[in-house]
Structure formats: C-alpha cells, structure tokens
Write a protein that binds this ligand. Structure first.
Ligand SMILES: C[S@@+](CC[C@H](N)C(=O)[O-])C[C@H]1O[C@@H](n2cnc3c(N)ncnc32)[C@H](O)[C@@H]1O
Length: 202
C-alpha cells in the first residue's frame, strides 16, 4: 500500500515524541546496520542540511530512509504547497508510523528501497527530482548496492538539483566523487553521532 491513508487499525492521533523515540530505539536493536544510530538526527543537522534547499523552486523532493520523520516533518513544514515529497523507507514499522504521524496530501510514503528511485518516479510520471535527501547508512551496505543507489540517484536528479546526504563516517566520499560532478563536504558536531554532510551536484 503506497498512499498515506491510515488503515482502519490505525488512528489519527498524532504519535508522541516518546513513542517516536521508543520506536526508533527498538528498531535500532532489531536492525542496527540498517539504522546506524540509536536516536533520530538532531535539529542542528536537520537545519544545516535543509538550509541548502531552494524551497521556492523545489517541486519534487525525495527522501531516503525517513525513519520516524525527523527530516520529513521539517520538509513538509517548509516546502511549497504544490510540491510533492516522496519518501522511500525499507522498514515497515517506520512506514506504518509515518502514515499515522504525517497525514499530509503532499506526502507519498513508499515501502521500498532507494535503489528503485528511478522506477518509483517513473510510475508517477515524474521525470526528475529537484532534491534527494538521505541518511541511509551507506557504510554498512555492500559495494554493489551502494553503487546502484548512488548511480540511480545521480540519474534521478535534475541538472539544477542536488543530493543531500549525511553519514557518520567519511568512507562514502570517494564513491560520491566518482558518481557526482561536484561534492562539497561540511561537518555537524551537534548530532549523535557527529555527522558529515555532503552536498552533491549531479
Ligand atoms: C539513521 S536512520 C535515519 C532516520 C532519519 N532520517 C533521521 O535522520 O533521523 C536510517 C534509515 O534508513 C532506512 N534505510 C536503510 N536502507 C535503506 C534503503 N536502501 N532504502 C530506503 N531506506 C533505507 C532505515 O530503515 C532507517 O530508517
């Protein structure tokens, strides 16, 4: 199911912060390699990354690995009323949570992998994304999947757009340099764990 309509079993009551943190931590213990962190990103990291987006221009935004929606809720708050946000998440618990927490008609929640971004955009007759925002833990992914995601992302982004990525280690940098024409790196210390932020132009 792809639409963000809640099922009968779900409720419209917005989840509490405590529920969000507890769901995130429980899933970290179930899938440590897929999450990479025991708590969601800090507001400092969210602000640093989203501060690079031209909100007036952006009409198609894609997020990989929204988790419990730390970036998602801030993107929805700042994005244009006519823009669309497509989030791709492999963890079904998070998908169900997001559907309940963010009932916004501009948001499309997909239970799927970043590897399939091009097919997912094509199914929606979308040619390209203005921005892709991601925090998936590349360091724990096999090289083939890493390469597939980066190439698919580079092809999915408009020439004026960008790929915004945070990672806890700098290991991804050579792969980004191989795939994107320009990569700029900054650092956000106020996060658990301190994060490298990469701004990549296709
Ligand atoms: C560190 S958490 C980030 C959560 C949230 N974006 C944040 O910054 O707080 C990484 C997320 O990426 C998801 N993920 C891992 N591999 C993925 C993939 N190939 N495609 C989409 N999501 C993926 C995980 O399930 C998890 O929700």
């Amino acid at each position: 199911m792809e639409a963000n309509e809640p099922t009968k079993a779900e409720t419209r009551t917005p989840p509490s912060k405590r529920e969000q943190l507890s769901l995130f931590a429980r899933n970290f213990f179930k899938h440590p390699k897929m999450l990479g962190s025991i708590i969601p990103s800090s507001p400092f990291l969210v602000k640093r990354m989203l501060g690079r987006i031209d909100w007036e221009r952006a009409r198609v935004l894609v997020e990989y690995g929204p988790g419990t929606g730390t970036f998602t809720q801030e993107i929805l708050r700042q994005m244009h009323p006519e823009a669309v946000l497509i989030v791709l998440e492999t963890n079904e618990d998070f998908v169900n949570y997001l559907k309940r927490a963010y009932p916004d008609p501009r948001l499309q929640i997909i239970h799927g992998s970043a590897e399939d971004v091009q097919a997912i955009l094509a199914q929606r007759e979308i040619d390209e994304a203005d921005y892709v925002i991601a925090g998936i833990p590349f360091s724990t992914l096999p090289d083939t999947i890493k390469g597939n995601i980066l190439r698919a992302t580079q092809r999915a982004i408009a020439p004026q757009g960008a790929f915004l990525l945070y990672q806890f280690s700098p290991n991804i940098l050579p792969h980004l340099n191989q795939t994107f024409s320009n990569v700029k790196r900054t650092f956000e210390p106020l996060n658990f764990l301190p994060a490298h932020f990469y701004y990549c132009v296709p």
